[in-house]
Design a protein around this ligand. Structure first.
Ligand code: SAH
Length: 258
C-alpha cells in the first residue's frame, strides 16, 4: 500500500532541503523531538548529531521502517503513536522540536507546542498557513491565527519548499518556519474572545463585540454598555497588533464580569 493521504503523508526527499532543515535545527548534542518522522528522511540527518532524539510516528508500518533504520542507535527512541495523545512526551523538555508535520493537524500541533517546554521548533508547514501565522496587523492575511500564534511565538519564515520536493507531491507550496516560544500561552477564555472579535475582523471593536455577543455569552443590554467602555472600541479589529489584543482581552473580561 502507498502513502496514506488521510495521515498527511508527503515524504520530503529533496536532500538539499533536508540538509538545510537539519542545519537550521542545529541539533548537536541536544534533546530533540521529531513529530511525524515518516520513513526517517529528516531523522537520518538529525540522528547523527542529536544527543537524544525521540521520533513520534502514528503509522505502524512506518514505525517498523524507523525501527529498522534507527533501532540500533542508542540516542534514538521511537514512539509509535499519535503526537496529540502522547501525554508523557508533551511533558518532557526538548531543546529542539522538528517535523515536516501532517497538514491536517497543523493547528492542533501548534497549539500543543505553545504549552510545551522547548527552546526552538523548526517545522515544515503549508505556505499559506505560515503566511497567516506571520502576517502583520492590518494586512490581508492577518487574523485569529496570526494573533494567537504571534502572542505565543516569535515566528520566522526560513524557506519556501515547492511541491516537487515531496513524494507524493502535495497540491500546495510549503514553508520551513522557526518558532521560538515567548513564554505566553493564550488561555481558553482569551482564545474565545479573540475568535469572537476576529469573526468580524473588518468591523470596529465595539461593533464586533455587539455582533459576537452570543459567542461571548453576554446579553444585548450588557453588550451595549461594554462596547462603549472597552479599550480600543473605535479601532477596526484587523488593525490591532497582538500586543493591543493582549491589552484588550483583560479589559473586556473585566467589563464582562461587572
Ligand atoms: N517527516 C517525514 C514525513 C512527513 S509526512 C518526511 O519528511 O518525509 C507526515 C508524517 O506524519 C507521516 O509519516 C504521518 O504518518 C505522520 N502523522 C500523521 N498524523 C500523525 C499524528 N497524529 N501523530 C504522529 N504522526 C503523525
Amino acid at each position: 500500500m502507498g502513502p496514506k493521504k488521510g495521515l498527511g503523508q508527503h515524504f520530503l526527499f529533496d536532500e538539499r532541503i533536508l540538509q538545510k532543515e537539519a542545519s537550521w535545527a542545529d541539533c548537536k548534542g541536544k534533546r530533540v523531538l521529531e513529530i511525524g518522522a515518516g520513513e526517517g528522511n529528516l531523522s537520518r540527518y538529525i540522528a547523527k548529531e542529536a544527543g537524544h532524539l525521540v521520533l513520534v510516528e502514528i503509522d505502524r508500518k512506518l514505525c517498523k521502517v524507523l525501527q529498522e533504520k534507527f533501532g540500533n542507535r542508542k540516542n534514538v527512541r521511537i514512539v509509535c503513536g499519535d503526537i496529540l495523545e502522547e501525554e508523557g512526551i508533551r511533558h518532557e523538555h526538548f531543546d529542539v522540536i522538528v517535523g515536516n508535520i501532517p497538514y491536517y493537524i497543523t493547528s492542533d500541533i501548534v497549539f500543543m507546542l505553545a504549552k510545551m517546554d522547548f527552546s526552538r521548533a523548526i517545522l515544515c508547514v503549508q505556505l499559506e498557513y505560515a503566511e497567516k501565522m506571520a502576517a502583520l496587523a492590518g494586512s490581508h492575511n492577518y487574523g485569529r491565527l496570526s494573533v494567537t500564534a504571534q502572542a505565543q511565538f516569535e515566528i520566522e519564515l526560513l524557506d519556501i519548499v515547492p511541491p516537487s520536493a515531496f513524494s507524493p507531491a502535495p497540491k500546495v507550496n510549503s514553508a520551513i518556519i522557526q518558532l521560538v516560544r515567548t513564554g505566553k500561552v493564550i488561555t481558553e477564555e482569551d482564545g474565545k474572545i479573540i475568535t469572537a472579535l476576529f469573526c468580524h475582523r473588518r468591523q470596529s471593536v465595539k461593533k464586533a463585540i455587539f455582533n459576537s455577543r452570543k459567542l461571548l455569552g453576554i446579553e444585548k443590554a450588557e453588550a451595549h454598555d461594554i462596547r462603549k467602555r472597552v479599550k480600543y472600541a473605535e479601532r477596526k479589529v484587523f488593525t490591532l497588533t497582538p500586543e493591543e489584543v493582549a491589552e484588550l482581552c483583560p479589559s473586556l473580561r473585566s467589563l464582562m464580569r461587572t
